[in-house]
Structure formats: structure tokens, C-alpha cells
Write a protein that binds this ligand. Structure first.
Ligand SMILES: Cc1cc2nc3c(=O)[nH]c(=O)nc-3n(C[C@H](O)[C@H](O)[C@H](O)COP(=O)(O)OP(=O)(O)OC[C@H]3O[C@@H](n4cnc5c(N)ncnc54)[C@H](O)[C@@H]3O)c2cc1C
Length: 496
């Protein structure tokens, strides 16, 4: 039995592990933290559970290829999937704009808000509907397809291709500004950060959501990762937690072994690295195997911004069944987070998850986008100033919540403030970036095979090797890496 060492027990590492075991390899996952899941995680504070990841999981619609793949790796188990009524609700001067899952309802509610935008709304809904035919491909990597498979693939991407051609080079902000009503402009203009991201990211997200392909599995992110771990263990895999790899021993164009911070060394026939790209190229490979596509992107944060966030969690002594699940509302008094001025807050409550809070209480979290200069601002703080800054931000958000929701006064408890430095510390995420390069209209999407020239038995996997990143890409690339390994070993790949 050939041995594989997998560095990183995030979703990509777990996916690679499951398919490695299914294909007769003997694998071990080395994970830095005490729990698997990587960015797909959650943590407990003062009787509440803070979910750290899934707002939407592409692949929750039964009978679709990506749903089958999630099922195969044990991610979905038999748990219920929450298909929320609305993706988010945006508030502007007393008007609420809902991004409903029911597209007809979305259309009619928007027309009611702004009859003068009828043409733009029709076009918007038509485009979202057109994307219902799009399914994220999960068969095999494009570069391994034969000509017939490639033709079939291209045909299956026809509608998505048309939308990309039309909207791929328009920024989300410019697209939002084609609407006349300020509330609709605001809802679309703040859907993704104003960083030159393409309008297509709004349309693809809503295409998936309105076709029921982007729900949230009950129990949330940590529970999903733990189900994948159980699946992996049931296939005979081994997980070593608290095992941060600090050294790859390379000789004769091969990785010979991986050594962990705890002093343990693992030899294997193959090594799969499924962690942060910067960590991989610069710390594990010590900059000796540069890949120009990555170098160019890391060196150009304007065209390839790396997104992180500040995540603020509260416990609320009350129920929130009548509140929108995710609400973006304007703040009464703008404040600064990192280097960014905050004018809106994005609040998500977990009232639909009774186990996330004591009875009669609700877990709430806020996400504030952070980029390059924010990371610099956080990094400049010493330990005490960092703690004080987190407390200040917690208080600013409480003040805004109590202003917007007077009924919450005195009933909110600050549970936690995670910053880009938290993501960096927890997952070795470069500059706190938990998503790979999201292409802007001036950047180019990149797909990489994960094979490194000059190192035969090493494969790089995970969200960094394929756009647009996120959980489905972590799943798919883990799977694809084992397809590549099977090809290398001249054996048939199996998926069960
Ligand atoms: C707040 C937040 C919200 C998100 N929301 C969504 C969402 O709604 N939908 C969606 O699709 N995606 C979402 N994402 C993105 C998604 O979580 C990631 O794209 C995905 O989890 C990446 O998986 P990965 O396995 O490629 O990488 P990671 O999760 O980064 O896993 C890498 C693993 O490697 C470990 N590691 C790092 N260095 C080493 C080392 N030297 N040795 C051993 N182990 C190491 C890390 O600890 C980690 O466990 C969100 C992310 C965050 C943080």
C-alpha cells in the first residue's frame, strides 16, 4: 500500500483523505489545530456556539453532482438543510430589500419598491434564472478531459459563459448603479465589497441560492467538518491533530518526509499539501519552487485582493424568529475597523439553530470585510492595544445594535471578536485571507494543477488552485488531487 501524507485537515485535506482511502492508499492527515475543518469551523463561548463559516454551501440540492460529492465524503450525513427564505435583507431609509430565494417573490417585491427599475429588475431576474442551468463541474479536472469530455463540458457551461461574457467585466458597483432606486443600488452595491469584484459574483451566488443549491446543513460548519472526519476514519484513515508541519525534507526531486513542530517525522510515497498557498510556497518550500501565476497574484493586491474579516459574536437574551436571518443595516455613527470606515453592519442570527444558544437566547454574529491596509493596521498593534481595539469594536457594535434594535438594550453579551490576525494564527492564513484570490474585473481567474515542477511526488490542493475558492472548490480539488495520483500510479480512480 502506498503511503500519503496530507498536510492540513481543512475541507480539501479531508476530501483528499477520503478519496485516498477509497483508492487503496494508506493516508495520514497532519493538522496544525486540535480539531479538523480549517476555516470551516465554529467555537464555543459562554454557553453559545459561534459558527465561523457556512452562510451558504453550494451543493445542498439533492440529485446534483456536487450534492453527490458532498454526500460521498460524508459532509451532509442525514442532517436537515436550512434553505433560508432570503439570502440577505438590505435596509435603506426605512425600505427593506429582500434577496428572496423565491425569484418571483424577489421580482414582485423589488418592482413594488421601484417600478421605474422594471427593465433592470426583469433583466436581473432573467439572468439569475438563466444560471439555474449551471452546475459546478465535479467530474474530473479540465486538463485531464479528452476531447469529447471537453466538448460536453463546454456545452454544459453555455449559459454560465454567456453571463460571464456579459457581466464578467462589469464591477458590482457599476452594475448596482444601473438601478435607479437607492435601496436597490445599495443592496447590490454592498453585496460584495467595493474592490472591483465582478457583477457576475452577485448573479452566480443568487443563481445558486434561488435554485435551492445554497442551503446551510444543520449543525453548521464544525459539525460538517467532523462528519467528514468520521467518514475518513471509517475508511481507515488517520488524523494527527496538533501536528503543524514545519519542514519538508526534499532530496532527488522528491519530498522524503514531513516534520512537525512537535518533533514527529512522517515518511511517505506521496505528499499532498492542502493549506494556505503562501505558507506552502514560502515556508514549506522556502521559496525554492516559485510558480509565476501565484507570485504575480501575491505581488498585485490591487487586481487580486485577499479578503479577510473581523467577526464579532454576541449572545442575545431573546429570540429572533421575526428578524431576517441576515440583515445589512446602516450605522447611526460610522466607526473604524482596521483601516476601514464602517457605514453598514452585516448581522446574521442563528435562531434556526437551537443548539447554538441556551434556551430562549440567540447567537448573533457580524462580519466586517478587511483587506490589505486593514491587516497592516491590525499588525501594527501591540498585544495590549490589540485587545483594547477588539473591545472597542465590540462596544461600537453593541451601541449600533441597541440603536437599531432598542428591544435588545441590556440583553447583549459580547462573546468574541476575531480579526485577520486570528485567521492568520489559527489557519496560517496569509494576511488573514480565508478565501483565495477572488478575480476582480482587472484580474484573471487562475486554475492550477497543483503539481510542482521538479517535485514528482508533491501535490498542492485546496481553495487556492481553482476559482472562485470556497468550500466546493476545497472539496473538488481534494477529489481531483487523488484522480491525478491514481493516474500517476496508472490505476483506475474509484469514487465509493
Ligand atoms: C468567516 C468565513 C466565512 C466563510 N463562508 C463561506 C461560505 O459561506 N461558503 C463557502 O463556500 N465558503 C466560505 N468560506 C470559505 C471556506 O471556509 C474556505 O474556502 C474553505 O474552508 C477552505 O478550505 P481548504 O481546505 O482549502 O483550506 P483551509 O480551511 O485553510 O484548511 C487548511 C488547513 O491546513 C491547516 N494548516 C495550515 N498550515 C499547516 C501546517 N503547516 N501543518 C499542518 N496543518 C496546517 C490549517 O489549520 C487548516 O486546517 C468562509 C470562510 C470564512 C473564514
Amino acid at each position: 500500500m502506498k503511503k500519503i501524507v496530507i498536510v492540513g485537515g481543512g475541507i480539501a485535506g479531508l476530501s483528499a483523505g477520503v478519496f485516498a482511502q477509497m483508492n487503496g492508499f494508506d493516508s495520514v492527515i497532519l493538522e496544525k489545530n486540535s480539531v479538523v475543518g480549517g476555516e470551516c469551523t465554529g467555537w464555543d463561548r459562554q454557553g453559545y456556539h459561534i459558527d465561523g463559516c457556512i452562510h451558504w454551501l453550494i451543493g445542498t440540492k439533492k440529485g446534483t453532482p456536487i450534492h453527490d460529492l458532498w454526500t460521498t465524503v460524508g459532509a451532509l450525513g442525514n442532517v436537515e438543510v436550512h434553505n433560508h427564505e432570503s439570502f440577505l435583507t438590505f435596509e435603506h431609509e426605512g425600505t427593506q430589500v429582500h434577496l428572496y430565494r423565491d425569484l418571483d417573490r424577489l421580482r414582485s417585491s423589488w418592482l413594488e419598491i421601484s417600478p421605474e427599475d422594471a427593465d433592470a429588475i426583469e433583466e436581473f431576474c432573467k439572468t439569475i434564472k438563466q444560471l439555474h442551468s449551471f452546475e459546478i463541474p465535479v467530474g474530473k479536472p479540465m486538463d485531464m478531459m479528452n476531447i469529447i469530455e471537453k466538448v460536453k463540458f463546454m456545452l454544459s457551461m453555455k449559459d454560465a459563459g454567456m453571463v460571464m461574457r456579459k457581466y464578467g467585466k462589469i464591477t458590482s458597483t457599476d452594475y448596482a448603479n444601473t438601478f435607479k432606486h437607492p435601496a436597490l443600488r445599495g443592496a447590490l452595491g454592498t453585496f460584495v465589497p467595493d474592490r472591483g469584484y465582478s457583477a457576475s459574483s452577485i448573479l452566480f451566488a443568487l443563481g445558486n441560492f434561488t435554485k435551492g443549491q445554497a442551503g446551510v446543513p444543520a449543525g453548521g460548519s464544525r459539525a460538517m467538518a467532523l462528519r467528514m472526519k468520521d467518514r475518513y476514519l471509517s475508511l481507515g484513515g488517520t488524523v494527527k491533530t496538533a501536528s503543524e508541519v514545519v519542514e519538508l525534507d526534499i532530496a532527488n526531486e522528491k519530498v522524503q518526509s514531513a516534520t512537525c513542530k512537535n518533533g514527529e517525522t512522517y515518511e511517505a510515497d506521496f505528499f499532498i499539501v492542502a493549506c494556505d498557498a503562501h505558507m506552502f510556497f514560502n515556508r514549506l518550500l522556502k521559496g525554492n519552487y516559485p510558480v509565476p501565476e501565484f507570485e504575480q497574484r501575491f505581488g498585485n493586491p490591487e487586481d487580486y485582493p485577499l479578503a479577510s474579516e473581523v467577526r464579532i459574536a454576541f449572545g442575545y437574551a431573546g429570540t429572533m424568529n421575526d428578524y431576517p436571518r441576515t440583515l445589512r443595516f446602516p450605522v447611526a455613527a460610522p466607526f473604524r475597523v482596521g483601516a476601514t470606515g464602517v457605514e453598514h453592519l452585516l448581522m446574521t442570527h442563528y435562531g434556526y439553530e437551537p443548539d447554538f444558544a441556551p434556551e430562549g437566547h440567540t447567537a448573533i454574529s457580524f462580519s466586517i470585510n478587511q483587506f490589505h491596509s486593514d491587516y497592516e493596521a491590525w499588525s501594527a498593534l501591540d498585544r495590549q492595544a490589540y485587545q483594547e481595539e477588539k473591545a472597542r469594536i465590540g462596544n461600537e457594535v453593541i451601541r449600533e445594535m441597541e440603536t437599531r434594535f432598542p428591544e435588545m438594550r441590556g440583553k447583549l453579551k459580547l462573546l468574541d471578536v476575531a480579526t485577520p490576525k486570528t485567521f492568520e494564527r489559527y489557519c496560517n492564513a496569509y494576511r488573514g485571507a480565508f478565501m483565495a484570490f477572488i478575480p476582480t474585473v482587472t484580474g484573471k481567474p487562475m486554475t492550477h494543477t497543483g503539481q510542482i515542477k521538479g517535485l514528482d511526488n508533491l501535490h498542492f490542493s485546496g481553495q487556492w488552485v481553482q476559482p472562485p475558492g470556497g468550500l466546493p472548490v476545497a472539496l473538488i480539488t481534494g477529489h481531483d488531487t487523488i484522480i491525478r495520483l491514481c493516474k500517476q500510479e496508472k490505476q483506475q480512480f474509484v469514487r465509493h
